[in-house]
Design a protein. Structure first.
Length: 282
């Protein structure tokens, strides 16, 4: 009987310990997260859910002090405009509403999951770069721009769906996501920047939406097993006019599949790119 009681107390204390690592904060005044969390909260919280109103200053608090964080839930948050300093030794700046600030959660090595606000419009440069254990992120249907290096070196990310609201994925946004094997690009996307998916070494194929009009240089450089690119666009997508040697190396292993009535048009437009094949979609 004593063993049973002891075992029950052990599991109870274990459960309580887990509970202590989860924190929900309802923020009525943006910029006050540091005042709503105790020192222990900052050091020990592994799952943080925020509701209400926050701003860039609160992202600075999370980045600077919450080094045990694994899950961040911002689904019910409104990000408001902030002017000022968010981290020590950084200059004052203006941080617009509904945007994840630049480098705000950079190199959070324990972070595995992020739930973004429903009204988010922009993920700024390097916001999640170097989050090497990030495995799950759902991009909201309000998002319009994924800026440079947003998810650079998120090496545990295996799949991503870009919602139809996104019009631009900027340079190196997903570069060196070495386990990224599934990328879904929806209609609405207009441009892919330079080296956007470079060194995504697990990517085997990708479908380009009809709406896409331009692809930056070396967008798929060093994607070592990328063999197939598909597009339904009857008009060739804009590529740099003078491909570099690095660019040619990236494309010579790839078969490009296009609408049957556009094969000749693509072949003429991309003559200098040396695709392995340009074939009609079955």
């Amino acid at each position: 009987m004593k063993k049973i009681v002891s075992l029950w107390l052990f599991f109870l204390s274990f459960t309580l310990c887990i509970g202590q690592n989860e924190k929900t904060v309802d923020m009525r005044s943006p910029g006050t997260l540091s005042m709503l969390l105790s020192h222990n909260d900052m050091e020990e919280t592994t799952l943080l859910k925020i509701t209400g109103r926050m701003n860039a200053k609160d992202f600075g608090t999370i980045d600077s002090y919450m080094n045990s964080l694994k899950v961040l839930d911002l689904k019910d948050v409104k990000i408001e405009t902030y002017t000022g300093v968010i981290k020590p030794q950084e200059p004052s700046a203006v941080y617009p509403e509904n945007q994840i600030p630049s480098k705000s959660l950079q190199n959070k090595k324990l972070l595995t999951q992020i739930i973004l606000p429903d009204n988010l419009t922009v993920i700024r440069e390097g916001a999640f770069s170097g989050c090497s254990n990030l495995t799950s992120i759902v991009l909201p249907h309000s998002l319009k721009v994924i800026a440079k290096k947003s998810f650079y070196e998120c090496t545990s990310l295996t799949s991503i769906e870009i919602p139809s609201s996104v019009i631009s994925i900027e340079d190196m946004a997903f570069s060196k996501c070495t386990r990224l094997s599934e990328i879904k690009l929806n209609e609405g996307l207009r441009s892919i920047g330079k080296s956007t998916f470079s060194s995504c070494s697990s990517l085997e194929e990708i479908n380009l939406p009809h709406s896409l009009t331009s692809i930056g240089e070396t967008a798929f450089e060093n994607c070592k097993i990328l063999k197939h690119i598909y597009t339904q666009n009857p008009e060739p997508i804009n590529l740099p006019k003078e491909p570099t040697t690095r660019y040619l190396e990236a494309y010579k292993q790839i078969t490009l599949y296009v609408p049957a009535n556009a094969v000749q048009k693509y072949s003429a437009a991309y003559k200098s790119y040396k695709f392995k094949h340009i074939k009609p979609i079955d």
